[in-house]
Design a binder for this molecule. Structure first.
Ligand SMILES: CC(=O)SCCNC(=O)CCNC(=O)[C@H](O)C(C)(C)COP(=O)(O)OP(=O)(O)OC[C@H]1O[C@@H](n2cnc3c(N)ncnc32)[C@H](O)[C@@H]1OP(=O)(O)O
Length: 400
């Protein structure tokens, strides 16, 4: 029996919904001071609420953004950023009802994709989300990390204050931040939500031949400043460059800072080309690889039409989308683009699996071998790989 209602939140309900979210994520209660800091970044707009006896018991929030897709187009997208259900109301279908309401809202707004960072991998597949990007955490030893003569060099790095960072980074990110599939525009609200964090971070900017072209934000950790040990670790939370030279320049900077025993970087692209730049490749140690962005094709025809495809024989894919059935059907993808077709399918897959292929993270052959794709023609997975291949790994690089 449904004993709750799900509807868009209205003005005045924000704080109670924020509390529901916080509690579901085991955050401390929201006092006035904390709410003061967060309220501007938590408007009623784009919040779906669930209510039982008029009390809020669930929330699903999103922010409007845009995402780069393979080929370089940037499409309207939703960053789904706050989902929680009160612990005494879970497993009764509250999230399912909120997801239905939210996806309907995103469709109405004309958003082609939705994306989120999942707290658990078992939640979102049923709503059509699949792992669209993965990332790695690395630990680098500055003592061992010597760059080869062939590694990109040049450029300058300067430290800036947190108030300069608040001024400069939004514009810099706007110029350099959409270069890979999976990267998203950072709305002003995102930057505002980072303002209080920025004070704890050290920020450095890289300048290349065409001006500022990269930045890194890091934080000292595990401080040991007692002889004979004088060491800290640096935790890198954000490192973006317009090109490989800028990324390499920022890494060179981090790895030559005095008194640093380890540089830990979180959520880096899987194809960050740093290890092969080093004389001792084991100085670059991957400590974790995990799902980064879960992606949902909200409008499958528009999403497939927006990305580019490589040369190769076209493939007909049957997509099953029980949650948004209008997306279901057969699509022909080929070097000239993609669209609906009446032709017989050669591959059959669920919409969450299409999301795994869409940005180029996974190969159709891998997912067919795993039983996630049904190959109705034996060579169709290989042909799909050819068409969908991307020159760089997709990566988001923005937490939300
Ligand atoms: C983008 C983000 O914000 S990620 C953060 C997500 N939030 C959290 O992790 C906070 C803590 N957890 C919660 O608030 C809730 O448990 C939620 C939001 C994850 C799920 O809400 P619920 O209302 O319980 O989900 P709902 O009842 O609609 O479940 C739908 C299905 O998903 C399954 N499911 C839901 N949550 C989980 C989970 N954490 N692990 C495994 N299965 C799950 C249910 O068993 C159910 O399966 P069924 O359809 O086979 O019966």
């Amino acid at each position: 029996m449904t004993d709750f209602v799900v509807r868009p939140a209205v003005e005045g309900e924000q704080r109670a919904l924020f509390e529901v979210l916080g509690r579901s994520l085991h955050a401390p209660p929201v006092d006035d001071e904390r709410w003061e800091k967060r309220s501007a970044g938590w408007p009623a707009d784009r919040k779906v609420g669930a209510f039982a006896d008029k009390q809020p018991i669930g929330v699903a929030s999103s922010v409007g953004t845009a995402m780069t897709v393979p080929g370089g187009k940037v499409v309207p997208a939703a960053a789904v950023d706050g989902v929680g259900v009160r612990a005494d109301h879970t497993r009764r279908g509250v999230l399912t009802a909120m997801m239905r309401e939210q996806l309907g809202d995103l469709q109405a707004r004309g958003e082609v994709l939705a994306a989120l960072h999942a707290s658990e991998t078992t939640i979102y597949g049923r709503f059509g989300y699949g792992i669209g990007t993965r990332s790695q955490d690395v630990s680098v030893s500055p003592r061992r990390a010597r760059f080869r003569d062939s590694a990109p060099a040049g450029g300058q790095v300067r430290l800036i204050s947190s108030s300069e960072a608040i001024e400069l980074l939004p514009e810099l990110y706007r110029r350099i931040g959409l270069r890979r599939p999976g990267m998203i525009e950072r709305p002003q609200r995102w930057w505002s939500s980072q303002t209080h964090r920025m004070k704890d971070l050290v920020v450095a900017v890289h300048t290349g031949p065409d001006g500022d072209d990269g930045f890194v934000a890091y934080q000292p950790q595990d401080r040991v400043m007692k002889p004979p040990e004088m060491r800290i670790a640096l935790a890198v939370h954000n490192l973006h460059g317009a090109n490989t030279a800028a990324v390499a320049g920022l890494w060179r900077f981090l790895l030559k800072i005095d008194l640093v025993g380890e540089v830990r970087a979180f959520g880096r692209p899987l194809d960050e080309p740093l290890a092969p730049m080093l004389v001792d490749t084991r100085a670059w140690r991957v400590t974790d690889v995990s799902d980064e962005l879960w992606v949902r094709l909200v409008d499958v025809p528009a999403a497939l039409a927006a990305r580019s495809y490589r040369d190769g024989d076209p493939v007909v894919i049957e997509v099953r989308d029980p949650f948004l059935p209008a997306n279901s059907g057969c699509y022909r993808i080929g070097p000239d683009g993609a669209g609906r077709t009446d032709e017989l399918p050669q591959l059959r897959l669920d919409v969450d699996v299409l999301a795994m292929l869409y940005l180029g993270e996974w190969q159709a052959t891998t997912l067919a071998a795993a039983g996630r794709i049904e190959a109705l023609q034996a060579d169709a997975p290989e042909r799909a790989d050819e068409l969908l291949r991307t020159p760089t790994r997709p990566w988001c690089g923005t937490g939300f």
